[in-house]
Ligand binder design. Structure first.
Ligand code: FAD
Length: 323
């Protein structure tokens, strides 16, 4: 029986990422009335503890040290594993984000625990903890029962719907000022990529463009649509390779994996490597002038037509519907 779950609560520019609440939701499914501890690393607002309590955390550990204010694999691994050693929980959960992907394997190795990554669901079935994760680039799903004493898993964003708990007490706040061993990495400067508007990996709606947009300016109508419907803009590697947009927008096997409620693919052929990053979207709309384009095989709705005619029409219709 799971009695204690420790969750890594990830923040971005001082705010808790939505996936942190989704990871707490996974913890609630498993902990069976036991303790849920959220761990916040670096200098963080104390008010974050109240928000984490609303989503199910019973206690929040603030791990502080000046060297933790900027992310490095070394420092975060040390900080998180020191809390794991101290708490010795039954289950450890972390978001499957760039940060989670980077330091979860190292943390798992340090504590001598196996790691199950990129889980899209967590449940108790017949008394066992069952993790679901995609395999073969998202073409199939594997359900894995873990029978170890200590379990460590990462949770893919946008898959487990999170909810606030009905009645909650304030979370117990625990302050930890940590002495770190030598950190081998020095971060001299952090340069933020400019991705306007909604964060791609947590977006509920994505408007994505492919080589069919034909130029950087061709993304203009897609950006207009995205702005009207509150979407993030994404891209195929074809569009990135052609320098129509930044690689930060790339979705697919070697880009970001996204699972929005709505994915609008414009001028994207639907190569297997692109599908690997978006085929688990809840609804897919494809706009392509080639009726044989493979993207239509995974689309719920397909529009055969020129995106430069279709996308502005959609934007106009949404504008009217929203006023
Ligand atoms: P294209 O295949 O050229 O398709 C353009 C589409 O636009 C066509 O279907 C065309 O009919 C349509 N079109 C053209 N004009 C219009 C118009 N006016 N209106 C409407 N439709 C129009 N790709 C990714 O996306 N993500 C990845 O992560 C990725 N990783 C890869 C990893 C490896 C190891 C390899 C080998 C490849 C990877 N690729 C990836 C590349 C992938 O194989 C494809 O080459 C790429 O996805 C094609 O991009 P595209 O659909 O934009 O371009």
């Amino acid at each position: 029986m799971v009695r204690h779950v420790v969750v890594f609560a990830e923040t971005k520019q001082g705010s808790l990422r939505n996936v942190s609440f989704e990871v707490l939701e996974a913890a609630k499914r498993l902990n069976d009335g036991g303790l849920i501890t959220a761990v916040l690393i670096g200098t963080q607002e104390q008010s974050q503890a109240d928000l984490l309590a609303e989503y199910g955390a019973h206690e929040v550990v603030f791990v502080e040290n000046k060297q933790l204010d900027t992310y490095t694999t070394d420092a975060y691994t040390q900080a998180f594993t020191s809390i794991i050693h101290e708490k010795n929980p039954d289950v450890i959960l972390m978001p499957h984000t760039a940060m989670g992907k980077d330091f979860a394997p190292r943390a798992a190795a340090r504590i001598g625990c196996g790691l199950i990554t990129d889980c899209t669901n967590v449940e108790i079935s017949d008394g066992n903890i069952v993790f679901t994760r995609p395999i073969y680039a998202g073409k199939a799903f594997q359900r894995r029962v873990v029978v170890r004493d200590q379990i460590f898993a990462t949770i893919r964003p946008n898959n487990i719907p999170c909810s606030k708990v009905d009645h909650h007490e304030s979370a117990k706040k625990i302050q930890k000022v940590l002495n770190l061993d030598e950190i081998r990495t020095t971060v001299r400067e952090v340069i933020q990529k400019t991705t306007d508007g909604v964060d791609l990996s947590e977006a509920k709606i994505i408007v994505a463009g492919g080589r069919g947009v034909k130029s950087a300016e061709g993304f203009g109508p897609l950006k207009d649509l995205a702005q009207v419907i509150g979407a993030a803009v994404g891209a195929s590697r074809g569009a990135c390779d052609a320098e129509y947009c930044d690689y930060a927008l790339q979705i697919g096997q070697t880009g970001k994996v996204v699972t929005p409620d709505l994915y609008i693919a414009c001028g994207i052929s639907g190569a297997i490597q692109h599908l690997a990053g978006m085929s688990n979207s809840k609804m897919i709309v494809a706009i392509n002038k080639d009726p044989e384009a493979p993207i239509f095989d995974v689309a719920d709705y397909g529009i055969v037509g020129d995106l430069f005619e279709v996308v502005p029409l959609l934007t106009e219709q949404f504008k009217q519907a929203m006023t």
